[in-house]
Design a protein around this ligand. Structure first.
Ligand SMILES: N[C@@H](CCC(=O)N[C@@H](CS)C(=O)NCC(=O)O)C(=O)O
Length: 215
């Protein structure tokens, strides 16, 4: 059986989300870089694989999949020993609840901040500080709820680490890059955030995602 292939841009948040989960689940993979600077992902041949013209996607022995959270669910379901996706029905929906919180309450603002501080400067544009401040204030409100949840349990879906926690990783550290300390101001959020950002699977690809055949 062929080794799983990850096609993406090594330093982007989305590719790093998948790389982190592959590493956490100890899944060997070949990394194939997509040249996003020259628009490889907008070409017709690429859109055959990923019609939205974004990165990343995986090819697992001919099975193609895009959308990072779906890819991560697939990896965790295929390699259940990683324990990142609960199988018990109640634990599973608590995971889905937490995953939904990330995608609806955390990601919209965090990815806007990411766009302002990472993408705009690359396009020669100036980040909009008013927008950054507004989005960081919105995330801070969301983190008040996280503080309550994480005061009662270790992780967002219970006392076991799940993909719902890991889904925050690519964007949460960007808030510090944007000059904000909101991830470390509330004690329970800070404990959770510090644990996540110290994980070897997160640190492994600090310099970019790369082919990893052995752990
Ligand atoms: N919802 C998608 C988002 C993918 C995405 O936005 N990828 C970015 C990199 S972080 C990308 O390919 N950007 C290139 C572009 O917008 O042209 C996912 O989770 O996979």
């Amino acid at each position: 059986m062929a080794v799983l292939k990850l096609y993406g841009a090594p330093r982007t948040t989305s590719t790093r989300r998948v790389g982190t989960v592959l590493h956490a689940a100890k899944v060997p993979f070949e990394f194939i870089e997509i040249d996003i600077r020259n628009g490889e992902h907008k070409k017709a041949a690429y859109r055959e694989k990923l019609p939205f013209g974004l990165t990343p996607y995986i090819d697992d022995d001919g099975f193609l999949l895009y959308e990072t959270r779906a890819i991560c669910r697939y990896i965790a379901a295929k390699y259940p020993a990683c324990g990142l996706l609960p199988t018990d029905s109640k634990q599973y929906v608590l995971f889905e609840q937490a995953a939904s919180v990330e995608v609806t309450h955390f990601d919209p603002s965090a990815s806007l901040v990411g766009w302002e501080i990472r993408v705009k400067p690359r396009q020669g544009l100036k980040p909009d500080q008013t927008l950054i401040d507004k989005e960081i204030a919105a995330i801070d409100k969301t983190l008040d709820a996280y503080e309550m949840i994480l005061g009662r349990q270790k992780y967002l879906a219970g006392d076991v680490l799940t993909l719902a926690d890991l889904f925050h990783l690519p964007y949460a550290p960007l808030l510090a890059t944007a000059g904000s300390d909101i991830m470390t101001r509330k004690p329970n959020v800070a404990r959770w955030y510090n644990e996540l950002t110290s994980m070897p699977s997160w640190l492994a690809f600090e310099d970019g995602v790369r082919t990893t055949l052995q752990y």
